[in-house]
Ligand binder design. Sequence first.
Ligand code: URP
Ligand code: ZN
Ligand code: ZN
Length: 455
Amino acid sequence: MDLIIRNGTVVTPSESYIADVGVSGGKIVALGKDLAASGANAVDAKGKYVLPGAIDVHTHLQMPFGGTVSADSYESGTRAAACGGVTTVFDYAIQRKGKGILETVEARRNLAEGVACVDFAFHCAITDLNGGTLLDEFAASVAYGVPSFKCFMVYKKEGMMVDDGTLAKILLKAKETGALTNVHAENPDMIDVRVAKYVAEGKTTPWYHYMSRPEFVEAEADIRAIHWAKSLNASLYIVHLANREGVDAVTKARDEGYDVYAETCPQYLHFNSDVYKRSDGRNFVCSPPIKGEASREALWDALRRGDIATVATDHCPFQQSEKDWGKDDFTKIPNGCAGIENLYPYMLGAANSGKITFNKAVEVCAANPAKIFGCAEKGSLAVGKDADIVIYDPDKDFTISCANMHSNYDHTIWEGVSLHGYPVQTYLRGSLVYDAGKFVGTPGQGKFIKRMGRA
Ligand code: URP
Ligand code: ZN
Ligand code: ZN
């Protein structure tokens, strides 16, 4: 054995127990009491939790968007991921008119290969079916290891939106090829009408980003997407769900037996729309916007009862100077916030304070992402799985600050948020990549994860 992590509390979605974890060749090879050392590097985890590395299934690294490019590269974003206990990231490759799926994914994969600090996978966001011919590429994409396609139901002006007819074609083709359809659900026409009204009235502070995209703007599209999925009997995954009515629609669909999943993000669980009244409100501008307190509470309830399947970050940070473009005009603010390094510490902090269980944190941040998105080797501490492991100290206090993060961005919405408990080590396939506040891995050691399609 290469490594034994001794006497920690091993957490799975269903149980927690004290055991040693034995690692060899990057895999977990043994779990049990008093494993024989046989020359292995032994790490004492007594009093600590031993958890599977998190899988962040929603990031936008070096993404051209909002008139600029998001601030984290594949290297810096995955370095930060490692330091927050995330051992696999799923980035969105955005297909553009005239381009194929595989060429789009391979272009992004080439940017990540050789620099990524943790393992990586891709979803492909479809923005144009190229006259229908793109649908013929779905099966090849699934075979390549990219069995999930995203539809933006919004970002019309940005040329990224797909209309309902296109969404329906994608849902059907995804069903036929064993893929999953992800949707960013907001209604663009409602947004346009509301933005025009507020701008005409001279109401352009960041608060009006929220006011132009309030709860029902998101809910309308959630409900529409669910109706499409139900009527076609197709699987659906709603990304960054943030509103109560949408939660209710997901819950109902799941109760009726439909294959509908929802993801939310830590920013929607922690903050409410009051952040847009703050003097740094522009920094919180993301889409969908952070909603009111009733929605925040509904998200926690849905998470506890299993109707929110995953928590991911939608990591898409922009620098302060870029956020400042919209200081006096919310329509000019590039949409997106940082979070890749905060996901697991935040969710484990919620577990440590009793808001959820550690099992639930592991389920939504690691086990469910692996299961839903076809990562057979990842997402749990079990013999045969990749040794992607996080050691978490429940007694370590940590206050988040841009200065103690490991990204390229120059500010964070999480500045000043205090956590009780924090990850102290991260292992990627048995190799230590984060230790006591420092990145100790090697850029390039992250590898492309070929995912399996749905049965
Ligand atoms: O504001 C956001 N979320 N920016 C990134 C793109 C997206 O919509 O996920
Ligand atoms: Zn989105
Ligand atoms: Zn996103």
